[in-house]
Write a protein that binds this ligand. Structure first.
Ligand SMILES: [Zn+2]
Ligand SMILES: [Zn+2]
Length: 143
């Protein structure tokens, strides 16, 4: 029999498809119901409101949001952007941070492009040589 530890409380559990123990699953279910009901009654509430209103740990609420379960049943909860204190309802970071990040990524890309060795010069495509009336090749005039 395989054993592993519960990801939440580190209790030794029999390895199943779940990574947390039965007790934590039950707790999670209870939290989920509490949070969902609170959000149905208080649409647009933030993680902090829910935490205050239900007594569920902020981190557990965030986990519930990130698992997408709340969204699936149509309730949304505002939570903190991963980079600043702005409250957001979807994604990981707020619009502002998203833009800042993509700007940063853009400038990094540019930087990388600048430092890239120049592309190998491709030989010019073959141009069929034309001949003079007297049979000589044309020579490009050099100045
Ligand atoms: Zn557990
Ligand atoms: Zn942000």
């Amino acid at each position: 029999m395989n054993f592993s530890t519960c990801k939440k409380c580190n209790r030794l559990i029999t390895k199943t498809f779940r990574s947390i123990c039965d007790e934590c699953i039950q707790k999670e279910e209870k939290n989920y119901t509490l949070v969902r009901d609170y959000l149905i009654d208080n649409p647009g509430a933030s993680v902090y409101d829910v935490c205050e209103g239900t007594g569920v740990d902020e981190r557990d609420i965030e986990l519930l949001i990130k698992s997408g379960r709340l969204e699936r049943c149509g309730v949304k909860c505002a939570y903190k952007c991963g980079m600043c204190d702005t409250l957001i309802e979807t994604g990981v970071v707020c619009e502002k941070c998203k833009q800042a990040v993509s700007k940063k990524v853009g400038s990094i890309k540019k930087e990388v492009e600048k430092n890239k060795p120049p592309e190998p010069v491709k030989p010019p495509p073959e141009v069929p040589k034309s001949k003079d009336s007297d049979g000589r090749f044309h020579r490009l005039a050099k100045k």
